[in-house]
Design a protein around this ligand. Structure first.
Ligand SMILES: [Zn+2]
Ligand SMILES: [Zn+2]
Length: 305
């Protein structure tokens, strides 16, 4: 089986409305793109901060600007008008764990993807509210980011840890610290190991300045040694990005001998053998999963994570 669980049915632009994008026809476009790539298992995970209910968790100015839609209407739409699993991309907000838990419990999600886009009030992947301002060294930002990532895992709030080394998103614009990066990854590893959270392998980094998969191979290797299972996603923000560059992800997974992927149903996790659907009942081995030329084409990049 192949999965794509980190999908957004619209771009991150504020003008991309729920009314316009939360339609049966739009979901069907994602399903059809997935089918072309042999991906059977799909789920949608819209950003929590696009929904008014997010403001019960956090009232960051960015969220106040973004939170216009109704989370209940989204859940009803996904359940009643699509055949996608119902997920949510939920930011980890330190200190708001109980409020986060309440929001998640109030909706019957199939899975929740936990993201660290902010450390404290400061954004990792945006210039607006950016953590990079204020004269911090890259070393300091990376240290803080991976500490918070470990806290997010340890919170137990999430099924999947999203784009785990997102802090590298800037590529050469804000280069990674020098030397062996495992000293940073190590900061998150106890939380990952103790929580049993699944780790996302995401092709979105290939579409960003980083031009790399999330996470880096060395990070994934450490997660696997810590016993973490893998969730595979593209973080698509349009049908064209569904399963984008999966051949790259599958090559890495095969190299690290990952043979199973997480599948979620009502927040229960099971593992399924990794491989694309060729015809009913016939799995294609990893590495041959997406025939050349059929993989979704690489987007020009632009939308956030
Ligand atoms: Zn994200
Ligand atoms: Zn996302």
């Amino acid at each position: 089986m192949l999965t794509d669980y980190h999908l957004h049915l619209r771009s991150d632009a504020l003008e991309a409305t729920a009314q316009e994008h939360f339609t049966a026809a739009n979901a069907a476009r994602y399903r059809s793109a997935a089918r072309a790539g042999g991906i059977e298992e799909l789920g949608v995970s819209e950003h929590v901060y696009r929904f008014r209910q997010a403001l019960d968790v956090w009232r960051h100015p960015f969220w106040l600007e973004q939170a216009h839609d109704d989370l209940d209407a989204y859940c009803t739409y996904v359940r009643e008008q699509t055949d996608l699993r119902l997920g949510l991309e939920m930011d980890y907000v330190a200190g708001a764990e109980a409020r986060t838990e309440r929001l998640l419990q109030a909706h019957g999600f199939d899975y929740v993807i936990g993201s660290v886009h902010f450390v404290g009030d400061e954004a990792v992947d945006m210039d607006e509210y950016g953590v990079w301002k204020g004269g911090r060294s890259t070393e300091q930002v990376w240290t803080r980011y991976f500490q918070v990532l470990g806290e997010a895992a340890r919170s137990g709030l999430f099924d999947v840890l999203a784009h785990p080394d997102l802090v590298k998103v800037w590529g050469s614009q804000r280069p990674a610290p020098a030397g062996d990066l495992r000293r940073f990854y190590e900061l998150a590893m106890d939380g990952i190991a103790e929580s049993g959270i699944a780790v996302e392998v995401s092709t979105a980094g290939l579409r960003k300045r980083a031009r790399e998969l999330y996470p880096a191979p060395a990070f994934l290797e450490m997660c696997l040694q810590a016993g973490a299972p893998v969730s595979l996603s593209s973080d698509a923000h349009s049908p064209q990005e569904v399963g984008a560059d999966y051949e790259r992800a599958l090559e890495l997974l095969s190299r690290l001998d990952v043979r199973e992927l997480c599948v979620f149903d009502r927040r229960e996790r099971r593992l399924e053998p990794l491989g694309a659907a060729a015809a009913p009942g016939h799995a294609v081995p990893p590495g041959q999963a997406v025939p050349p030329g059929q993989a979704a084409s690489r987007a020009a990049g632009g939308s956030s994570s």
